[in-house]
Write a protein that binds this ligand. Structure first.
Ligand code: AP5
Length: 197
């Protein structure tokens, strides 16, 4: 049976504000009585990491050896596909993950994109200076230290990764700027894109 779900992948470097923007979309959707499911890829990975490797802290996920991260990632893609069956679904995730050695791990390699079959990819971006400030004031998470040049590089790598996924899957691509103090505008843009697929 064909999965008729409409999966939209939303990614961006940690702390850019993707979860904030997605939560704003959910409020807009509620006001219009539109059903949207949100799945946080990292939360599904946490369930699996806890079952397989007894990991309890989500900020420790990206520090695991990459072969373990890939095992968890593969199982997460299967669970997300099952949970999103026939639903409009936002998958809150990362195009690339900075590992503890500084190398980038693909967030949506072929075993993830083949399972999810996304219709739309969205990159949330803003200028590196603002991301750095947001990470500094966000006490809820243990964010990595990335200087402005590395944040710029990480955003560039994310664009390349997203375009490669579009080439493989035929998904469309949108880039949304989450400017300082303007998360509402970013949320409204994302909501417009969702309604158009
Ligand atoms: P995940 O749970 O997604 O965590 P994260 O990316 O590290 O961080 P967040 O998602 O919490 O940050 P955010 O960008 O959503 O920012 P927020 O809205 O909080 O992932 C956890 C882990 O799972 C990853 O580290 C990785 O290991 C793993 N993982 C996930 N997907 C994977 C995959 N596909 N493959 C392998 N591993 C994967 O906002 C941050 C702050 O900014 C807040 O204080 C907020 O108030 C503020 N803010 C937001 N917008 C604005 C604005 N416009 N102006 C001013 N302030 C703003």
């Amino acid at each position: 049976m064909v999965n008729e779900s409409k999966i939209v992948i939303v990614g961006g470097v940690p702390g850019v504000g993707k979860t904030t923007v997605i939560n704003l979309v959910l409020e807009l959707a509620k006001a219009e009585k539109m059903k949207i499911l949100t799945i946080i890829f990292g939360s599904v990975m946490m369930e699996i990491a806890s079952e397989l490797f007894n990991i309890q802290d989500r900020d420790k996920l990206r520090k695991l050896p990459s072969d373990k991260q890939k095992i968890i990632q593969k199982e997460a893609a299967i669970r997300i596909t099952e949970r999103s069956w026939h639903k409009m679904t936002i998958v809150d995730t990362h195009y690339t993950i900075k590992t503890r050695t500084g190398k980038y791990l693909q967030g949506i390699p072929s075993w993830v994109s083949n399972a999810l079959k996304p219709k739309l990819l969205v990159i949330i971006e803003t200028n590196p200076e603002d991301i750095s400030k947001r990470r500094d004031v966000d006490d809820s998470r243990l964010r990595d230290e990335e200087n402005i040049d590395l944040l710029k590089e990480h955003q560039e790598v994310n664009r390349t990764s997203a375009i490669t996924i579009c080439q493989k899957t035929g998904a469309l691509l949108a880039i949304i700027k989450n400017k300082q103090g303007q998360a509402d505008e970013a949320g409204a843009s994302l909501f417009r894109y969702l309604k158009s697929i």
